[in-house]
Design a protein around this ligand. Sequence first.
Ligand code: RTP
Ligand code: MG
Length: 140
Amino acid sequence: MAVQRTFSIIKPDATRRNITGKIIDRLESAGLRVVAQKRVHLTKEQAEGFYAVHKERPFFGELVSFMISGPVVLQVLEGEDAVAKNREVMGATNPKDAAPGTIRADFAESIEANSVHGSDAPETAAEEIKFFFKDEEIVG
Ligand code: RTP
Ligand code: MG
């Protein structure tokens, strides 16, 4: 398996509780390397654009409101099989279904306030990275 990059967000429920370091520790312990990172407060336009794929879903409005309710930490993660590895460490979307020891099982508050985002495929990872980072901001 080749070295791959994926896109990650530490969501507002986690920045609010000041547990970004605990989450980064889980990512690094799994063999992922943070090769770009910035803390920002997303605008409504950015959150709507980023989650455009979900715009017909009933939870879209609430999801956008949640994502702009506080700061987030945007990251590019690098490592062997990074997309799948990150999804594994994150756990299922709903913390009730997330495997023990995953980030969402241990930290998520609800299906919406679930602490982290991770790209679901290499193609989406490339698009999501480009949405937020310039090439020169990524240092591998
Ligand atoms: P993510 O995109 O954030 O990594 O999460 P995911 O793939 O596991 O979940 P996805 O289906 O892509 O949903 C994106 C985010 O929307 C919120 N959500 N709320 N209220 C609900 O039923 C509901 N379902 C999803 C979550 O914040 C989820 O991570
Ligand atoms: Mg998703």
